[in-house]
Structures are given as structure tokens and as C-alpha cells.
Design a protein around this ligand. Structure first.
Ligand code: NAI
Length: 283
């Protein structure tokens, strides 16, 4: 089946970015979220981003209009039924995702592949809530979805080869570089490596081994990373980092995944991103 129409569930940070990339790559997009207000906000955000690209000479007005024309926002779930491929990027909540996959699987065509952009929930569990788990896989984009090249394609327990092949094709058509994650495990590849790295950086700061600024500098200049671990944790949101660490700790039960106390303290104090004009909050 040729994939022409891509459904996107959730028009938040990731859904909006994914809808943008899909439309830019020539797909028709059905963008769904709970209310017209959320969708209006999301489309206004996208328009502002496109206008910025036009003003910087990176995009023509015609290309921007084409992108916007290809996206059809709607708060009616039924508009997703014609999709040839659906990417779910709703809130990270297992019950919400299960409900979406249950409903989607009952209304799309038999061949339609359904993917989730979840960062942490088991693909197999989500797939089991659908009527066709063999057509379900993980398709994990990185933020900002418009910019980041990598897509992790995750096999759930039931995912068939043809489904993985289709996800690879869609990712490539979107200009992404997919990798296959052969087993459905917490954190897939990137976050599995990233989380202990962030945790160790926070512990170094807690122990007073080096300052936060110097640890970031060391990683940028010593390993050629574009951002240091503290900048990256800030960018992701400290509350998000903490919840992933807690999830890993629960799943793997190993102390290396235990969240650092300093991070817990900051999140409890409502510091979800530490970097302010004066620099970082103390760990
Ligand atoms: P967000 O909070 O910006 O957007 C979530 C959207 O889901 C909201 O617009 C909300 O109205 C909508 N939503 C809530 N319940 C819904 C339902 N029943 N049906 C449809 N939409 C519903 O969240 P964000 O950051 O875009 O994350 C979305 C997904 O992408 C999550 O699964 C997250 O783990 C994953 N993800 C997030 C990344 C990030 O850096 N923010 C990176 C990669 C994956």
C-alpha cells in the first residue's frame, strides 16, 4: 500500500513537529488533538516557525503554504480513519495510549501501521490494547522532530517484519535516519545510554568534583557533544528526566538508575529547568 495520508495523534511539542516533518515530506496529514483550542495553538506555533524560516530565507512562502495546506487539524477522532499510517504522540500515559490504540485499530484499514512515539512505555503493552498488535511498532523521534535526524524503530513482541519495513520507509521519506531496536526494552538505545550519563554528571556535581559549568564544558570540548549534560537535562525538563530515571529504576532495579537526590530536591522545589539568566541552580 502506498502511504499518502499520515495521521498524527496529539498536537503538542512532538505531534506538531512530526506533523510538520510529514507535511514537508509530501504526506497529507490529519492532526488530531482533544480540543480545537489546542489545535489552533499548535497550528499558530507552526505558522510562527515557518514565518521565521521564510524571514531567514530558508523557506519560500509557497513551500510554507504547501506545508500548511497539507495539514488538516481536527478534534474529531474519526478523521484519522482514512490514514495509511498513524503516529501517536499523545501525552505519556499508558491508559491514554491504550485507549487510542484500541480505538484506532478498530477504525483504520487492515494494512494501516500504527506507531507510538512513546519514550518509555512498553510497545508490546500498547500493541496488546489494539486488535492488530503485529501492525504496531515504536517510532521514537527526538526533539525538535523537525531537526533531529534519528528515529528509533522499536519492535514490540508481536511486531511483524513488514511493519518494521514500512516504518523504515516512512522514516526515510521524512528525511530521517532510522535504526532498528530489536527488543522492546525501557529507554531503547539512546535514553538507555543517556540516563546513566546524566545521573553520573549530577552525582559529580553533588560530590563537588567539578562545577556544573565545568562538567558541561568538559563534555562539549572533550567529547565534542553540542550540549553538556546539564544543558541537555535542562532542555529536556528536569521533571521529565526525573520521571524517566524513576521509571528505569523501577524496571531494572539497579542502583545505577536511582535518581540523584539533588535532582529530586530541585523538582520538588518546582525547578523544572535550572538554567536562568544567572546560570544554573545549585545541585
Ligand atoms: P505534550 O504535552 O507537548 O503534548 C501532548 C499532547 O497530547 C497534548 O497536546 C495533549 O492535549 C494531547 N493529548 C492528551 N490526551 C490525548 C488523547 N486522549 N488523545 C489525543 N491527544 C491527547 O507532550 P510531548 O512532549 O509532545 O510528548 C508526546 C509524546 O512524545 C509522549 O509519549 C512523549 O513521551 C514522547 N516524546 C517526547 C519527547 C520530548 O522531548 N518532548 C521526545 C520523544 C518522545
Amino acid at each position: 500500500m502506498e502511504i499518502r495520508t499520515v495521521g498524527v495523534v496529539g498536537a503538542g511539542t512532538m505531534g506538531r513537529g512530526i506533523a510538520h516533518v510529514a507535511a514537508r515530506s509530501g504526506f497529507k496529514v490529519r492532526l488530531y488533538d482533544l480540543t480545537p483550542e489546542i489545535l489552533n495553538n499548535s497550528m499558530a506555533n507552526l505558522k510562527a516557525l515557518l514565518e521565521k524560516s521564510i524571514s531567514k530565507g530558508r523557506l519560500t512562502k509557497e513551500a510554507a503554504d504547501d506545508i500548511l495546506e497539507r495539514i488538516e487539524p481536527s478534534s474529531d477522532f474519526n478523521t484519522l480513519s482514512e490514514s495509511d499510517f498513524v503516529i501517536e504522540a499523545a501525552v505519556e500515559n499508558i491508559d491514554v495510549k491504550k485507549d487510542i490504540f484500541d480505538r484506532l485499530s478498530k477504525m483504520v484499514k487492515a494494512e494501516t501501521v500504527l506507531v507510538t512515539n512513546t519514550s518509555s512505555i512498553s510497545i508490546t503493552e500498547i500493541a496488546k490494547a489494539s486488535t492488530k498488535p503485529e501492525k504496531v511498532a515504536g517510532m521514537h523521534f527526538f526533539n525538535p522532530a523537525e531537526v533531529m535526524k534519528l528515529v528509533e524503530v522499536i519492535r514490540g513482541y508481536y511486531t511483524e517484519d513488514q511493519t518494521v519495513k514500512t516504518v523504515f520507509e516512512v522514516a526515510k521519506k521524512m528525511g530521517k535516519e532510522p535504526i532498528e531496536v530489536k527488543r522492546d526494552t525501557p529507554g531503547f538505545v539512546v535514553n538507555r545510554l543517556l540516563i546513566p550519563f546524566l545521573s553520573e554528571a549530577m552525582q559529580l556535581a553533588e560530590e563537588g568534583v567539578a562545577s556544573i559549568e565545568d562538567i558541561d564544558k568538559a563534555i562539549k570540548l572533550g567529547l565534542n557533544h553540542p550540549m553538556g549534560p546539564f544543558e541537555l537535562a535542562d532542555f529536556s525538563g528536569l521533571d521529565v528526566v526525573l520521571s524517566v530515571m524513576e521509571y528505569f529504576y523501577g524496571e531494572f532495579g539497579k542502583s545505577k538508575y536511582a535518581p540523584p537526590l539533588s535532582l529530586k530536591r530541585l523538582v520538588a522545589a518546582g525547578r523544572y529547568g535550572r538554567k536562568n539568566k544567572k546560570g544554573f541552580y545549585e545541585y
